[in-house]
Design a protein. Structure first.
Length: 277
């Protein structure tokens, strides 16, 4: 909504940039616009990207902590799969990302994709008196066996002393809704079996005493939670993959049946295209 002292500054663009907005939705940029305060002519508000849908989009990172470039590629460009690592960790439209890029004529270079992925849970340490073991949070990344990062979750995984399934700290829910759909899309694009391992990354603190202290905490978290997390990811991946296969089978079966039904219902006009009587 425009205020009385605001005016619009807009610049058309023809660079065919494909960007992600604050909702994780892709669009092609056709312009950039600002709301300008008439009383402060030298200052412009945050930019909006005008999409090919004619809507003003707030680009990812303008109002949140997404710190990568919101421009993913340009129409007709080929990009390495790993360039999408932060987008996969940001958008909630994971299952449509590759399809949407293809619609914008953006191609994926799969040369660095491998058949082995390692999901790393990176324990982030912060100390507040004796509370380090009462509440903890982790970052999550997915790497190939060649140490290429292919996904970096934009949200922290949090848990507390009450365990993983806490109403406020839904770590398993995030694994189900964010990690597993990414693994499904990776598997679909790779077109072959993918081995998946889940690990707690060990401390890399420069101080040896800190490493020992932090690794003791990590070992404790491993013992308490890693088995549950691994089983959960394996079971959820199997469930979602089977759902995908079932959907794909149903679609192929319908295509086959629809052709059969067309043949069964064929009239003489279908059989004789030149018939006019």
């Amino acid at each position: 909504m425009m205020k009385d002292n605001e005016e619009i500054v807009a610049i058309p663009y023809n660079d065919h940039a494909i960007f992600v907005d604050e909702y994780g939705i892709l669009s092609e940029r056709v312009g950039i616009a600002w709301k300008k305060d008439k009383d402060i002519p030298d200052r412009l508000d945050k930019p909006y990207y005008i999409g090919d849908d004619d809507y003003w989009h707030v680009p990812a990172g303008a109002t949140d902590d997404f710190d990568d470039n919101p421009v993913i590629a340009h129409r007709g460009e080929t990009i390495p799969f790993e360039k999408l690592c932060y987008i996969f960790g940001y958008t909630r439209y994971i299952s449509s990302l590759i399809h949407d890029l293809e619609n914008y004529d953006v191609h994926i270079d799969k040369s660095n994709m491998t058949g082995s992925l390692k999901v790393f849970i990176n324990h982030c340490f912060y100390y507040d008196g004796d509370s380090e073991d009462k509440c903890w949070y982790c970052e999550l990344t997915v790497e190939t066996d060649k140490k290429v990062v292919v996904m970096s979750l934009n949200e922290s995984l949090r848990s507390s002393a009450s365990g993983l399934e806490n109403e406020e700290e839904e770590i398993l829910e995030k694994l189900r809704d964010r990690l597993v759909p990414f693994l499904i899309e990776y598997r679909k694009l790779f077109r072959s079996k993918v081995e998946i391992g889940v690990f707690f990354r060990k401390s890399t603190s420069l101080n040896a005493d800190d490493r020992k202290k932090e690794n003791r905490i990590i070992y404790d978290k491993e013992k308490k939670y890693l088995g549950t997390i691994r089983r959960f990811v394996q079971d959820e991946f199997k469930k979602q993959w089977n759902e995908f296969l079932d959907k794909e089978y149903q679609e192929e079966a319908y295509k086959s049946k629809s052709y059969e039904w067309q043949q069964e219902a064929a009239s003489k006009y279908d059989m004789y295209p030149n018939l006019t009587d």
